[in-house]
Design a binder for this molecule. Structure first.
Ligand SMILES: Nc1ncnc2c1ncn2[C@@H]1O[C@H](COP(=O)(O)OP(=O)(O)O)[C@@H](O)[C@H]1O
Ligand SMILES: [Mg+2]
Length: 482
């Protein structure tokens, strides 16, 4: 029951009916007053006409009261049955000289009647007859003869026919409004239901959608209206969720595969050495290589953990200034022995001017060491590697360039994908999991930085990372006086 009253369709219908009621009442009132005004205007014109005639008659025969009286009776009773007329002649003291009998002799009537004299214009009042509540509209005029006041004259008309017409009009309205109200209620409800049908369909479809059922799509009727747009937006959203879901599933399965291979080989090595008695030296060798493999596994697990969290830097991190010059220099020094061993010509060019960014030191270290690690890993012996730190607009730029194997053009769009290795056999031999660049990219993105690269096969690769400079520190540090 409650849900019925919560229904959007019902609410629309009720608003619709209310609007209809209010507007029809307003229109009816306007029409009613317009009609009343017009009818009264007609009566007033008629009374003015009649008054002119009466005035003429009275000023011609003002000596003969009986003639006037008989004329008045004739006019008021016999001539107009439906529109009963009233005529009266009064002296300057406002006492009746002659009066037709059409007006009930009610003291209150007289009272009201006398009060209308000063105005000398059309007035209206209700008589309180014994049997009816007739309304009489009366026109009062002064009659002069040669600038001398003679009489007050009154011409009145019984308004009962007019009132009846107006009452019929009111009655008709009272009947038609409820009928139309009922029609609008039914019509509105049918209309609302019809228009909201797609919404119920959407609710049904949407409730069927789940992690395992992302194939469902809402029906798009092609009307191009808001509901259609909503369905389209909803469908696009499901599509995006499906993609993200698939990516996640792929990531989990890739991670499991990556873990399985080294674990299998570890187990194989250990089983092998345990199957025959062996010298302590042999055990030592196997344990050493197992430890190395485990270290690699630990690194993989750490990378997976980092990527699965993909946390945004918090406020404290945002406000910490990291000096990049010494950070880059330290990492370069750390890699120097490795580069030497790989026979690479390792150089660096770090800006003298201190460069600060907002962030967490260890995250930035991860960026730099991953890029240098790749440069060494994918370099040919003797190739040069150059690490550069400089300012470029609002960014601190870290550039790592090598003269290594390069990245084939068809792989360039995918190197930031998780577990992506352009040449798996070679990569696996050199020990990468294909997560390094995904981690770099996710850190750069979390700092609203930018990363780009250009690469030519067998000539080399250059990675350029831009990280926003620390906002609170001046972009340009004044140069030291020498
Ligand atoms: N400096 C580079 N030179 C050539 N290829 C590179 C370079 N850096 C990255 N790549 C390619 O991009 C792939 C992804 O890099 P990365 O995510 O660091 O994974 P990994 O180094 O573990 O293989 C690498 O497998 C390699 O094919
Ligand atoms: Mg790497």
């Amino acid at each position: 029951m409650r849900s019925k009253f919560n229904s959007f369709g019902l609410r629309i219908t009720l608003w619709y009916v209310l609007l209809f009621l209010v507007s029809s009442v307003i229109i009816s009132l306007c029409l009613y007053h317009q009609l009343k005004f017009q009818l009264y205007e007609e009566v007033d014109l008629f009374l003015a006409d009649e008054m002119n005639e009466f005035k003429q008659f009275v000023s011609e025969h003002h000596q003969s009261l009986s003639l006037i009286e008989s004329q008045m009776q004739k006019e008021s009773l016999s001539m107009r049955k439906d529109y009963q007329m009233y005529y009266g002649v009064f002296d300057s003291q406002r006492n009746a000289v002659v009066e037709s009998s059409a007006l009930p002799q009610d003291p209150e009537v007289r009272d009201v009647k006398s009060s209308v004299f000063p105005a000398l214009e059309v007035k209206e009042y209700k008589t309180r007859g014994e049997t009816n509540n007739d309304v009489v509209r009366i026109l009062t005029k002064k009659v002069y003869s040669q600038n001398e006041f003679i009489r007050y004259l009154q011409v009145g008309m019984n308004m009962s026919r007019i009132e009846k017409t107006l009452m019929n009009f009111r009655k008709n309205i009272m009947i038609t409004i409820p009928i139309f109200l009922l029609l609008s209620l039914v019509g509105g409800f049918i209309l609302a239901r019809r228009n909201l049908l797609p919404v119920s369909q959407m609710i049904k479809t949407a409730s069927r959608i789940s992690g395992s059922n992302l194939e469902e799509r809402l029906p798009v009727r092609g009307t191009g209206d808001e509901l259609d747009k909503l369905a389209q937006t909803f469908n696009n959203m499901i599509h995006r969720i499906k993609e993200a879901y698939q990516k996640l599933a792929q990531f989990s399965s890739d991670a499991a595969h990556e873990l399985r291979t080294p674990i299998t080989s570890l187990m194989g090595d250990i089983e092998e050495v345990l199957s025959h008695p062996a010298s302590p030296e042999k055990y030592r060798v196997v344990l050493m290589s197992s430890l190395e493999e485990l270290a690699r596994l630990k690194q993989l697990v750490n990378s997976l953990l980092f990527l699965s969290r993909e946390s945004k830097p918090n406020d404290k991190e945002r406000n910490t200034a990291v000096e990049l010059n010494s950070l880059v220099r330290d990492i370069v020094e750390l890699f120097e022995p490795v580069a030497k061993e790989a026979d690479n010509n390792f150089r660096h060019d770090i800006s003298q001017e201190p460069i600060y960014m907002q962030g967490e030191k260890c995250r930035v270290e991860q960026i730099v060491s991953n890029l240098i690690d790749n440069a060494i890993r994918y370099s040919s012996p003797g190739g040069a590697i150059r690490v550069q730190l400089r300012k470029n607009g609002p960014f601190a730029e870290i550039i790592v360039a090598d003269e290594g194997i390069g990245i084939p053009e068809q792989d360039q769009s995918r190197i930031f994908d998780r577990f992506y290795r352009s040449d798996p056999s070679r990569s696996r031999n050199t020990g990468g999991f294909g997560l390094g660049l995904s981690i770099v990219k996710s850190i750069v993105d979390s700092y609203n930085g930018r990363i780009s690269f250009h690469s030519i096969v067998d000539q080399g690769t250059t990675f350029i990372v831009g990280l926003p400079l620390h906002a609170a520190l001046p972009l340009v540090v004044p140069s030291q006086p020498s």
